[in-house]
Design a protein around this ligand. Sequence first.
Ligand SMILES: Cc1cc2nc3c(=O)[nH]c(=O)nc-3n(C[C@H](O)[C@H](O)[C@H](O)COP(=O)(O)OP(=O)(O)OC[C@H]3O[C@@H](n4cnc5c(N)ncnc54)[C@H](O)[C@@H]3O)c2cc1C
Ligand SMILES: *[C@@H]1O[C@H](CO)[C@@H](O)[C@H](O)[C@H]1NC(C)=O
Ligand SMILES: *[C@@H]1O[C@H](CO)[C@@H](O)[C@H](O)[C@H]1NC(C)=O
Ligand SMILES: *[C@@H]1O[C@H](CO)[C@@H](O)[C@H](O)[C@H]1NC(C)=O
Ligand SMILES: *[C@@H]1O[C@H](CO)[C@@H](O)[C@H](O)[C@H]1NC(C)=O
Ligand SMILES: *[C@@H]1O[C@H](CO)[C@@H](O)[C@H](O)[C@H]1NC(C)=O
Ligand SMILES: *[C@@H]1O[C@H](CO)[C@@H](O)[C@H](O)[C@H]1NC(C)=O
Length: 630
Amino acid sequence: MTRLSAVTIAVLALTPAYARDIRASKVFLDARQVEKGYDYVIVGGGTAGLTVADRLTEDGKTTVLVVEFGVLSDASSITTVAGGFSGMGDSRYMYDINSVPQINLRNRTTRVMAGKVVGGSSAVNAMMTVRGTAEDYDRWGSFFSSNSHWSWKGLLPYFQRALNFVPPNPDVTASANITYDTSFWGNTSGVYAAWPSYQFPSTTAQMNAFSGIPGVPFVRDSGSGEPGVYWYPTFMDPKTVLRSYAKTGHYENVKTRTNYHVITSSKVTKIILDGTTATGVTFVAAPASGQPAANAPQTTVSARKEVILAAGAVHSPQILQVSGIGPRSVLTAAKITTVVDLPGVGQNFQDHPIAQGSFQFGRFPVKPSADEARSNRTFATWSSQVWAANRTGPNSIATGNAAAWLSFPVISTRSAQLADDLAAQNHAAYLPTGTDATVVAGYKAQMLSYAAALRGNKTAFFNNVLSGGSASGITVDLHPLSRGTVNINPADPVNREPLVDYRALANPLDVAIITDILKFTRRYYMNNPATKDWSPRELSPGANTQTDAQWATYITDTLSPSEFHPAGTCAMMPRELGGVVDEELKVYGVKNLRVVDASIFPTLPGANTCQTVYAVAEKAADLIRYGVPT
Ligand SMILES: Cc1cc2nc3c(=O)[nH]c(=O)nc-3n(C[C@H](O)[C@H](O)[C@H](O)COP(=O)(O)OP(=O)(O)OC[C@H]3O[C@@H](n4cnc5c(N)ncnc54)[C@H](O)[C@@H]3O)c2cc1C
Ligand SMILES: *[C@@H]1O[C@H](CO)[C@@H](O)[C@H](O)[C@H]1NC(C)=O
Ligand SMILES: *[C@@H]1O[C@H](CO)[C@@H](O)[C@H](O)[C@H]1NC(C)=O
Ligand SMILES: *[C@@H]1O[C@H](CO)[C@@H](O)[C@H](O)[C@H]1NC(C)=O
Ligand SMILES: *[C@@H]1O[C@H](CO)[C@@H](O)[C@H](O)[C@H]1NC(C)=O
Ligand SMILES: *[C@@H]1O[C@H](CO)[C@@H](O)[C@H](O)[C@H]1NC(C)=O
Ligand SMILES: *[C@@H]1O[C@H](CO)[C@@H](O)[C@H](O)[C@H]1NC(C)=O
C-alpha cells in the first residue's frame, strides 16, 4: 500500500482489533495513524464538529483530529431524500437512549434521538432548512450586554456562509407560488439548501388558507428573521438530489487536505486536564452497536492549542462532567473529583415539545395532493418513473417545504395575561430542588425575556408543518418554558448513557401555552372560512375537549417532549447566570477548551435547529482563528 497516495486524509475506519494493533505497536507510520498531537482535537464529527474542522484546516497548515463515535457511511438510508425519515429510522446510526420517566406525562419515557455516524444528526435529520427569528438571536446576546456580537446582525453573515442556497426551478416556483429572497443567503458553502423539483398544489392551498385568519403574516423568505407563513428549502444537493450534510459539505469535499484527520468508531471518554488547562483527550474503540467494554484500552491524543467539544447537547455535558467539570453535587454523587465547580453543565436542557393534535381534510380543491402518492396508482407510477429517469418529481420532497411559524398574539387573545403570569412566577420553583442560585438567576432572565416575547410579534411560538396531505402536520411549541437536565448516570458515568430528563411541563404555564397552540390548530382546520369547503374533521382531541382542564388532561396524555432538537446543556450565558461557556464559547474556569454545538444555545430558536448549529459553528471557527470581532 502506498503511503500518502491520493487519499491523504486519515480516516481510520478501524475495526477495534486493528485499532489496538496500531496503537499498541505504533509501527504503521502512514497517514492512517493518529499522530501524538494536533493543534486542535475536536470531540464529535457531527454537524458542528466537521464544520469547525473544515474551516480550521482551510489554511492547509493547522492540524486537526476529529474523534467520532460512529462510522463513515454511505448508506442509502442516510442519503435518500424522499419522505425525510429514512435516516432516523436506521438504528445503526442512532444512539440507543431513552429519557427518564416524565413525571408530568404519566411517567412516559421518550426516545432520545441523536445521530451516531460521521455527520452526526445532520446525517439523520428530516432536512428541514429553517432558522429562527431575529429576536431569537438578539436574545442570546442580551444575556451579556446590549451590544453583544451574538445577535441577528452578528450571525447573519454566518448563516450566509453556512449554506449554499440554490433557488427552486422556475416552473415549480411559478406553479406553487414559492417566494424567496437570495439576499438572506450565500452560495459558497459545501452544504446545500435546495428545493425539490415538484410541489403538491395542495401544499400551496394549505398555505393560502392561513389568509382566512386575520393577522397572520406571509413572509417572503424563510431566512429573513421574521415569523409568519413561508416556504423553506431542504438540506439537499440539487445535482445529486441526495442529502447534503456535514459529511458531504465539510469533509468529503476537502478530504485531500493532509492536515485534516478523522478517526471513526472511537468514543472520547475524558478531556485530559493539566490543572485547569485542557491538553488532550482519551478515547477507546467503539463497537458498531452499544457501548465500549468498560476495560477497553485507552488511547491518548494531545491538543497543542485547544480541545473543542462538539459531541452534541446530549453528550457534551456528559464529557465535561466525567472530566470533573460540572455541578459539584452531581460529580460527587458519581464519585468524580471536581476540578471546576460549574453548576450549569447539564442544566438548562431544552427541546421542542410536539403537541399531538390530529385533523383531516375530506377533500382538497386542488389535486394532486400528497395523499395521491399513496392512494393513486397512476400517480405513484408516474412518480417512480420520473424519479428513475431524472431524479425529479414527488420523490425529491423530504418532509415538505412550507409551514407556519407564528407569534403568540397572532394565535391567542391572552398573551398579555400569560406574559404577566410568567414574569410574576417564582421561577426557582420550576427547577429541580437544589439547583444552584446562578442557574436559577439565568432561568429567571430567560423567562423575563420570554414574557416580553409573548407580548410581541417577533418571536414565534406556534409551528405547524404543511405536508400537502389531508392529515394534519405536527404542531410544535417553539419556546417551551420548562427546563430539563442531562446528567451523568452515577452508577457508571463513563460507560452508560447520561440520564436525560426533559422535565416536560415542569413549568405549568407550558400547559396554557400548548393549549392555545392546539386551539389555534383547531381554529385553522375547523373554524376557518378558507378551509370550510375541504370537509375538515377533528380526529383528536375531539369536540369533547373544550375546557382548560380537559385540554390539560389531553396534553398530559399525549405530549411528546422532543422534536429531536436537544439544546442548552452547556449554555452560553454569563457565569453568574449559570453559564457554561462565555461569548467566545470558552468553558469558564478552564483554559484551551471550547464547546461548539447545540448545547451552547442559551435558548432554543423558534425553528428546527440544524441551520443554527451550522451558523454557530461557522462563527466559532472565526472566533477560534481570528478572535472576537471588533
Ligand atoms: C431524527 C432527527 C431529526 C431532525 N430533524 C431536523 C430537521 O429536519 N431540521 C433541522 O434543522 N434540525 C433537525 N434536527 C436537529 C439537528 O439535526 C441537530 O440540532 C443538529 O444536527 C445537532 O448538531 P450538533 O453538532 O449539536 O450535534 P450532532 O450533529 O449530533 O453531532 C454530535 C456528534 O458527536 C458524536 N459523539 C457523541 N459523543 C461522543 C463521544 N463520547 N466521542 C466521540 N464522538 C461522540 C456523535 O456521534 C455525533 O456525530 C433533527 C435531529 C434528529 C436527531
Ligand atoms: C410516576 O413515578 C413516580 C416515581 O416512581 C411515582 O411516585 C408516581 O406515582 C408515578 N406516577 C404515575 C402517574 O404513575
Ligand atoms: C399565486 O399567486 C397569485 C397572485 O397572488 C394568485 O392569483 C394565484 O391564485 C396563486 N396561485 C396559487 C396556486 O395559489
Ligand atoms: C453567488 O452570489 C453572488 C453574490 O450575491 C452572485 O454575484 C453570484 O452570481 C452567485 N453565484 C451563483 C453561482 O449563484
Ligand atoms: C401582534 O399582531 C396581532 C395580530 O396581527 C395584533 O393584533 C397586535 O396588535 C400585534 N401586537 C404588537 C405588539 O405588535
Ligand atoms: C390519479 O392520478 C392521475 C395522474 O396524476 C390523475 O390524472 C387522476 O385524476 C388521479 N385519480 C384520482 C382518482 O384522483
Ligand atoms: C427526463 O428528462 C428529459 C429531459 O428533460 C425528458 O425529455 C424526459 O421526458 C424525462 N423523463 C421522464 C420519465 O419524465
